[in-house]
Design a protein around this ligand. Structure first.
Ligand code: NAD
Length: 320
């Protein structure tokens, strides 16, 4: 087996992350080996064609399944939708393959999962990988598709000190901030807590922007007051849900809420927060309400499921 990197899951995020990673690795060492894999074969082919068009001499191959990718590489990165896919790819593909590798090859294997998924599932999967003798970190990301494309993601990492160090050299080729949050599962814990804040904030900013307009305020005036006062937050200053409330910026609301973080993904993340809160008996009254509201958004206006989650503003306005 060559020293090589496999990337499994070439969706909206994974495609951009793999492209950045492989481009930079190739520029560092043009004899590096790369492997891509996706459940949808066209996605892997599309990546491969584009990458080889730019780097014709790159040693890039397509694995037809995660087993092949694991056999081929000592670095395996996964970027999948959520818990069921991570369970499947690791449980049926990566872990059984590790079992059949020599002890030396297994010891040399590092798995990095950047999916946002259930903390408990992530810890179980990582424990199974470590029992085999390999290393694993959870490394979910913050920064969205734009950050993935620009290589400016933040990685929130959970795992041992040594696996964090090993993973860091790859992650720094895809992101700017690589933060060791603690042991296995801690990266996901941080990610889920952050998105809990974000999900609640985006709703209350929508409420305030609606109320302000009822009180006769110009949205741009209100946004500038909030953004320079104690209510200021990303949901208002970057992702404000009201068109033209942020002069000089163009948040998703000015593109009919296209191209941001999908409401369906936010609903998934709120579900991860309320799920783990139940298990740990942590109170989450606002989180539970926010989960219910995002779920209603999608139920009542299914077209908003794939639009940016700031479209909760449109839902509130329409149902007023
Ligand atoms: P996506 O649905 O676009 O991509 C997932 C990819 O995984 C798809 O290409 C799919 O075909 C592939 N896949 C699914 N099952 C597979 C399997 N069994 N084997 C191999 N490939 C498989 O999702 P995305 O937007 O890229 O998000 C990925 C993860 O990143 C999610 O957990 C999401 O919550 C998180 N995230 C997304 C964003 C964002 O802005 N999109 C931001 C931060 C974090």
């Amino acid at each position: 087996r060559h020293k090589s990197t496999s990337f499994i899951g070439l969706g909206r995020m994974g495609y951009e992350m793999a492209y950045n990673l492989f481009s930079k690795q190739f520029k560092e060492a043009n004899d590096s080996y790369f492997v891509v894999c996706d459940a949808v074969p066209e996605s892997a082919r599309f990546f491969s064609e584009n990458f080889l068009a730019q780097f014709p001499s790159a040693r890039l191959t397509i694995a037809t399944n995660p087993e092949e990718a694991t056999l081929a590489s000592n670095r395996v990165i996964t970027m999948l939708p959520s818990s069921p896919q991570v369970k499947e790819v690791y449980g049926q593909g990566i872990i059984p393959t590790l079992k059949n590798l020599s002890a030396e090859l297994t010891r040399d294997t590092l798995c990095i999962d950047s999916t946002t998924l259930d903390v408990t599932v992530a810890r179980e999967v990582a424990a199974d990988v470590v029992v085999m003798g390999a290393q694993m970190v959870d490394a979910p990301v913050s920064g969205g598709v734009a950050g993935a494309k620009a290589g400016t993601l933040s990685f929130l990492v959970g795992g041992t000190e040594s696996s964090f160090k090993e993973a860091g050299s790859l992650l720094s080729l895809m992101g700017l901030r690589i933060i060791h949050c603690g042991p296995s599962g801690a990266g996901l814990g941080a990610k889920i807590c952050n998105n809990l804040v974000l999900g609640v904030e985006q709703i209350v900013v929508a409420e305030a922007m609606l109320l302000g307009q009822k009180l006769g305020l110009d949205p741009a005036v209100l946004a500038s007051v909030i953004n320079s006062s104690t209510g200021g937050c990303w949901s208002s200053s970057v992702n404000n849900p009201v068109p033209f409330a942020l002069p000089g910026k163009s948040p998703p609301c000015e593109r009919d809420y296209e191209g941001g973080f999908a409401t369906a993904l936010m609903l998934k993340d709120m579900g991860l927060a309320t799920g783990i809160a139940h298990k740990t008996e942590s109170p989450l009254p606002l989180g539970e309400l926010a989960e219910k509201i995002y779920s209603q958004v999608i139920q009542k206006q299914p077209e908003l499921a794939r639009k940016d989650f700031s479209s909760v503003y449109r839902y509130l306005k329409d149902t007023a």
